[in-house]
Design a binder for this molecule. Structure first.
Ligand code: G3I
Length: 319
C-alpha cells in the first residue's frame, strides 16, 4: 500500500511516530517501518534533559543526533521533545535546590544550547512546555520550575526558545486535554493570556494517550477553540490502550478509534498532524506503566500491521 506519510501529505498533514535510536540500531523491521511510514519523528526519550545535559554544563547530543540524522536521510521532519518537564530530569537538576536566579540561568542556558546552539533549523517544532498542569483538574503542576520561578517560567521559556530558533513552532503539550474539561479549560485560559501578552506560543499538543472506547466526543470542538485563538494544534503522542489480552472486538474498536482521531485532525483546519507514541506494541511505554494494559499501537509485537494500521490507511486514502 501507499505509505501513511504520503497519504497524509495529500491532506496537508503529517503522520509521525515517537522514535528511539536504540531500536533503530538493533531492529531492522522497526527501522524500515519508521522510515517508510512516518513523515515526522519525535524523540521518545533522547532529547529530554537527563540525556542531553546529564551533568551540569555537560551536553550529550550523540543519541539525539542519531535520530536526527536518520530523519534527515529519510526526508522526515523532527518535533523536538521536550524542554521543560517534571520527569526525566537529571538528579543534579531535580535535587539541586537552586534559587530563582540560578535556576533561571540554568534554564536559559539549556534552551539556548539545545534549541539555538545545537538543533537550530533542524526541529520544525518544540514541545517547550510539557505537562504544565496537574494530572487532573485545572491547576498548574507544582514542578521544579513553578516552585522556584512562579508561573512566569512558561512565558520566559517560550521567549527564550523563540529567540534561539525563530523558525521553530513552539508548543505547550499535555495529556487528558483532548475533550473539554477543567484541565483543557485552564490550558485555554493560559494560552489566551500568553497570546494577549505577545508571548511566542504557536501550538498546542494534544498527547492523546487514550483507552479504547474513550475518544472524547467533543474533541473537534475542543481543538477548534484553540485554533480560533490563532494557534495550530497537533496530536502529539497518540496511543490507544486495551485491557489485555486484546481480543478481536477490542482490536476492531481500537481501529475505529484510530480512524476517529485522524478524522478529527482532518476536520480541524489548523491541525498539523498526528504522531503515534511508538511503532509496535513491543516498544510501547504502556505495559510497564499500566500493568494489564497494552496493544496500544498500530503495529503488533512483531511489527505486523494491526487493524488500526489498516484503518489509518483507509481513512487517509479518502479524498
Ligand atoms: O535509560 C534507563 C536505563 O538506563 C535503565 O536501565 C532502565 C531501567 O528502568 O530505565 C531506562 O530509563 C527508562 C526510559 O524510559 C528510557 O527507556 C525509564 O525507566 C522509563 O521510565 C522511561 O519511560 C519513558 C517515560 O516517558 C518517562 O516519563 C517512556 O519511555 C516514554 O514513552 C514516556 O514518554 C512520555 C512523554 O515524554 C510525555 N508524555 C507522556 C509520555 C508517556 O509517559
Amino acid at each position: 500500500g501507499v505509505p501513511l506519510r504520503d497519504l497524509a501529505a495529500d491532506h496537508g498533514i503529517r503522520i509521525g511516530a515517537a522514535a528511539n535510536p536504540y531500536l533503530l540500531e538493533k531492529n531492522r523491521e522497526y527501522r524500515s517501518l519508521l522510515g517508510e511510514q512516518y513523515g515526522s519523528l519525535t524523540a521518545e526519550n533522547v532529547m529530554k534533559w537527563d540525556t542531553v545535559q546529564p551533568e551540569r554544563g555537560v551536553y550529550d547530543f550523540s543519541h539525539a543526533d542519531a535520530l536526527v540524522d536518520f530523519a534527515e536521510k529519510n526526508g522526515q521532519k523532527m518535533r523536538g521533545h521536550t524542554l521543560l518537564w517534571h520527569n526525566q530530569n537529571p538528579e543534579w537538576l531535580s535535587d539541586g535546590d537552586f534559587g530563582p536566579d540560578e535556576l533561571r540561568s540554568i534554564m536559559h542556558d539549556h534552551i539556548r544550547t539545545v534549541v539555538g546552539g545545537h538543533f537550530k533549523g533542524r526541529m520544525y517544532a518544540w514541545d517547550v512546555i510539557n505537562e504544565p498542569f496537574r494530572d487532573n483538574g485545572g491547576e498548574l503542576r507544582r514542578n521544579l520550575w513553578l516552585r522556584t520561578l512562579g508561573e512566569g517560567y512558561i512565558a520566559d521559556a517560550l521567549r527564550t526558545a523563540h529567540a534561539a530558533d525563530p523558525d521553530a513552532r513552539l508548543y505547550i503539550n499535555d495529556f487528558s486535554i483532548e475533550g473539554r474539561n477543567a484541565k483543557s479549560d485552564a490550558l485555554y485560559a493560559l494560552a489566551e493570556s500568553l497570546l494577549e501578552q505577545g508571548v511566542p506560543l504557536h501550538g498546542i499538543g494534544f498527547q492523546s494517550h487514550l483507552s479504547v472506547g474513550d475518544v472524547p466526543g467533543d474533541m473537534v470542538e475542543n481543538m477548534r477553540r484553540f485554533t480560533d485563538l490563532g494557534l495550530e494544534v497537533t496530536i502529539t503522542e497518540l496511543d490507544i490502550s486495551i485491557d489485555m489480552p486484546a481480543r478481536e472486538a477490542e482490536l476492531r474498536a481500537q481501529a475505529d478509534d484510530y480512524r476517529t482521531v485522524v478524522r478529527n485532525c482532518l476536520k480541524v483546519s489548523r491541525c498539523t498532524g498526528v504522531t503515534v507514541w511508538g511503532v509496535g506494541d513491543a516498544d510501547s511505554w504502556i505495559p510497564s506503566w499500566f500493568p494489564g494494559q497494552g496493544a496500544a499501537l498500530p503495529f503488533d509485537q512483531d511489527y505486523s500491521p494491526k487493524l488500526a494500521f489498516g484503518a489509518l490507511q483507509e481513512e487517509l486514502s479518502k479524498a
